[in-house]
Design a protein around this ligand. Structure first.
Ligand SMILES: *[C@@H]1O[C@H](CO)[C@@H](O)[C@H](O)[C@H]1NC(C)=O
Ligand SMILES: *[C@@H]1O[C@H](CO)[C@@H](O)[C@H](O)[C@H]1NC(C)=O
Length: 345
């Protein structure tokens, strides 16, 4: 199974050069605080989907408010070729599609990556049709109060949310199931899903380097492959259990993947960190801070995909806070010196 997907090759930063295309952003880039680089990245997995239904504008806005450095999204395509933020190829688990009688006859069975899947597929709906649906929370044990409130958003709307943030917020988009999408969705001029994805990023001034990854985990994590990809990618995003294997819900000895990636000057951003006890291995005693401590301080990763950007932010602010404002800090030092001098007399 190719479990290290395309997004490992697509860490994107806003380019400083003025983009050729007018941005929808309301704030100018010059006055924005830049992306922090002094500590590992807080990457909001599908937005703050621990709190708000995944990949909605509200989930992304919450993540930004909570301090995420990057917002992550899965990209799929609609019947009419629009790129949207959505994780599953079917709408069943995270929307109210089942309540829409007008779409009852749209259920299908398709082969998706070697499995037959039955449901309402995004590729059978136009963007306008999808916009009539509402997104809901994936897990029953999470807050259900936002179900039915938010729509599916487009890739461009996602980009606008990042660009409109009051500080620089990176984006971390992943294209999903390109073979399946290209089979069901056709674009003018013979363009492929991957082309539309890259075109969209370029339009908004993002630098893009991309490559098809159709290799197995073992091929992708071999030293030869790491050396090869280090020429054009920033890092890899493996599932965390592949870095530190798990048995009977306890961590085993870490593999050498992080050390080998670092030796090739590649960052490692594992996924997915979740607060709930059903996702935490027993070593962490039901404490998400203990998990962050282990991955940041023992394993030494460079970024983490979390469902709870606010929790990771709070942990990082406690353990490696943003440097205090220089002027305020030096003023404080002066005051302390004055008091000390006064007391000395
Ligand atoms: C999916 O179903 C079709 C029709 O029943 C069948 O021909 C095909 O082999 C199935 N594919 C898989 C991967 O099970
Ligand atoms: C990926 O590999 C599979 C199996 O080798 C092949 O059927 C498929 O066409 C490949 N996809 C791409 C995008 O190269």
């Amino acid at each position: 199974m190719s479990l290290i997907p395309l997004f490992m090759l697509l860490q994107l930063h806003l380019v400083c050069a003025r983009p050729l295309f007018p941005l929808p952003s309301k704030t100018s880039n010059e006055e924005k605080k830049t992306l922090q680089t002094f500590r590992p990245y807080n990457i909001a997995h599908r937005g703050s989907n621990g709190e708000i239904p995944e990949e909605t504008s509200a989930a992304y806005l919450r993540a930004i408010e909570e301090g995420a450095d990057f917002i992550e999204s899965d990209i799929l395509a609609t019947k009419d070729g629009a790129l949207i933020c959505f994780h599953d190829v079917t709408l069943d688990d995270t929307t109210d599609i089942a309540k829409h009688k007008e779409f009852a006859d749209r259920r299908r069975t398709y082969e998706v990556e070697w499995f037959n899947v039955t449901g309402w597929f995004v590729v059978d709906f136009t963007l306008a049709e999808l916009k009539t649906l509402k997104v809901k929370q994936r897990y029953p044990f999470r807050d259900q109060q936002y179900n039915g409130m938010y729509s599916i958003i487009t890739f461009e709307e996602f980009i606008s949310i990042a660009l409109d943030a009051g500080r620089t917020v990176g984006i971390y988009p992943e294209i999903k199931d390109p073979v399946f999408i290209n089979k069901h969705v056709k674009w003018a001029g013979g363009k492929k899903f991957e082309d539309k994805f890259v075109d969209t990023l370029l339009k908004y001034g993002y630098k893009v380097r991309t490559q098809d990854t159709n290799q197995s985990y073992w091929e992708i994590t071999s030293d030869d492959y790491l050396a090869y990809i280090s020429n054009y990618v920033v890092g890899l995003g493996p599932w965390k259990d592949t870095i530190v294997p798990v048995a009977r819900n306890y961590l085993m000895s870490p593999s050498d993947l992080v050390a080998r990636a670092h030796a090739h000057n590649l960052q490692v951003h594992p996924y997915t960190y979740r607060n709930e006890n059903q996702f935490l291995h027993f070593n962490f005693h039901a404490d998400p801070y203990a998990e962050y401590d282990f991955w940041l301080n023992t394993v030494g990763v460079d970024g983490l995909f979390t469902d709870f950007a606010g929790t990771l932010h709070r942990y990082q602010e406690l353990t490696s806070p943003h440097p205090k404002d220089e002027t305020a800090n030096s003023l404080l030092v002066k005051i302390v010196e004055m008091i000390t001098a006064y007391e000395g007399h």
